[in-house]
Structure formats: structure tokens, C-alpha cells
Ligand binder design. Structure first.
Ligand code: ADP
Ligand code: MG
Ligand code: MG
Length: 252
């Protein structure tokens, strides 16, 4: 589904990603962990097509299609979803209108007929129940005045509604209390199928108590320096990031 090879990226002339290789198959959940500043959000941003990040080398394909060749909105239409670390507030655009527009666009791209208002509202109701989001939120402006937990739940609602092939969640757990964390995790667990995939970027192991990844990768200084299964995340939690970085620099 996602195939990244030797990806290098820089911002303002500074090299951040220094050769990332990552393969994600349909049905898989991958966690990317790593200390602050290692390039996790940069990787997500490059995949989403944020213009300020320059790709200097390497490739990234989604279902055989060259992601790096596409405008950001094309990537979204092709089934890439990125939940940002700091979700944006869009005053004046109600959540419900945002979702309706986005769904109409994605369905049309997939050759599916437009949903009637009744069908849309039914879908919204079902998905809201899934993520336990209060209905009053969907009529408010996008993310405006949402609490941290509400924003994150709303991301999961967007995810549920848009039904992407590949979802990248960048620190969706940061700032969540334990109840919100469970809702996000159970949302992901309910939404995962054999046909989609998730890349969960997280600094802490905590979220991975609730979302069990198939693979865990450690990103450090722009490279994936270690990959493993969920035990790697537990080991990292016990020994801390110093363990891995010292290991990497040969001091252990
Ligand atoms: P992480 O998400 O792992 O904490 P980031 O990808 O946010 O790491 O950042 C990696 C490095 O890139 C950091 O050194 C950061 O300062 C730098 N960086 C990220 N975004 C920008 C930007 N817009 N301008 C300048 N430097 C940036
Ligand atoms: Mg950071
Ligand atoms: Mg980050």
C-alpha cells in the first residue's frame, strides 16, 4: 500500500529526513516512535505534500501511484489521510459542511454517486456513535473552541467518515486524558480493516497499550534506526530513548 524508499527531505536547506525506507501493507498498523526533533512530523508532512518540505531524493508510492507527484488534495482523494499534530481551526466552516464537501469529493473521485442528505446524515450519525462524539460538535465551526480531546475525537470522526486507505496519525495521543485516549484507540481499532492501514506516530508507548501495532519503527535523526514488533515499544518505554540513541552512537 505505502512504499517509501530512500526518502530524503529538507526544509530551508536543512536536511531532516536522511533516507527513510518503509513498507506498509494493507491491514497493517505501524507505529513510528522517536525522540523530539527526529523528523516524525516531517515525514508525515512530506507524505501529505506540505509545500515547505523539499524532497531531495527517494520515492513514495501509495498503491503504486507516485505520491510525490501529486498535489496535497490529490493525495487525499487517492486515500491518504493525515491527522495533524495540531488540528487547524477554520472559523466559519462548520464541521458538518466540511465533512459533506470532503465526502462528496472523495466519492466522486471513486466514481460513487453523491449521498442524499438523508444518507449523509445517517452515515454521520452512525460514525458519531462509533467515536462517541456529541452531535452538538458537528454543527460548530471546524475545531473552533474544541477542547484538545474534542479535536482528537473529531479527527477520528473525520477518519471514520472519509474512510481512507492509509491514515497517518501524528501524535494524536498528545494531550489526551485517558478517556479520550481510549476513544481514539477504540475508534482506530473499530475502523481498521484488511483493506486499510494506519501509521501511528507517537512519542509515548501509552497509546500502544490500546492500539496494538504490527510493527514499530524508531526514527532518530532522520533515519529509521530500528524496526521490530510491539515489544520494541515496550522495551523503549522501559529503557528510555537514551538506550536507543546511545546504542546508535556506539556508546553502549
Ligand atoms: P518530530 O516530529 O520528530 O518531533 P519534526 O519533524 O517536527 O520532529 O522536526 C525535525 C527537525 O526539523 C527539527 O530539528 C525541527 O526543528 C526541524 N523543522 C521541522 N519543521 C521545520 C520548519 N518548518 N522550519 C524549520 N525547521 C523545521
Ligand atoms: Mg515534535
Ligand atoms: Mg512531531
Amino acid at each position: 500500500m505505502l512504499n517509501i524508499t530512500n526518502l530524503h527531505s529538507s526544509i530551508e536547506g536543512k536536511q531532516i529526513l536522511k533516507g527513510i525506507d518503509l513498507k506498509v501493507n494493507a491491514g497493517e498498523i505501524h507505529a513510528i516512535m522517536g525522540p523530539n526533533g527526529s523528523g516524525k512530523s516531517t515525514l508525515a508532512s512530506v507524505l501529505a505534500g506540505k509545500p515547505e518540505y523539499e524532497v531531495t531524493e527517494g520515492t513514495a508510492f501509495l498503491d503504486g501511484k507516485d505520491l510525490l507527484d501529486m498535489a496535497p488534495e490529490e493525495r487525499a482523494r487517492e486515500g491518504l489521510f493525515l491527522a495533524f499534530q495540531y488540528p487547524v481551526e477554520i472559523p466559519g466552516v462548520s464541521n458538518i459542511n466540511f465533512l459533506k464537501t470532503a465526502i462528496t469529493e472523495i466519492r466522486s473521485h471513486r466514481g460513487l454517486p453523491e449521498l442524499t442528505s438523508k444518507e449523509f446524515l445517517k452515515l454521520l450519525k452512525d460514525k458519531q456513535e462509533l467515536v462517541e462524539l456529541k452531535s452538538s460538535l458537528v454543527n460548530r465551526s471546524l475545531n473552533e473552541g474544541f477542547s484538545g480531546g474534542e479535536k482528537k475525537r473529531n479527527e477520528i470522526l473525520q477518519l471514520a467518515m472519509l474512510d481512507p486507505k492509509l491514515a497517518i496519525l501524528d501524535e494524536t495521543d498528545s494531550g489526551l486524558d485517558i478517556d479520550a485516549l481510549r476513544i481514539v484507540a477504540s475508534g482506530v481499532n473499530k475502523l481498521r480493516t484488511e483493506n486499510n492501514a494506519f501509521v501511528i506516530i507517537t512519542h509515548y508507548q501509552r497509546l500502544l497499550d490500546y492500539i496494538i501495532p504490527d510493527f514499530v519503527h524508531i526514527l532518530y535523526d532522520g533515519r529509521i534506526i530500528k524496526s521490530g514488533t510491539k515489544e520494541l515499544a515496550q522495551e523503549l518505554e522501559e529503557k528510555g530513548y537514551d538506550w536507543i540513541t546511545q546504542h546508535e552512537t556506539g556508546t553502549v
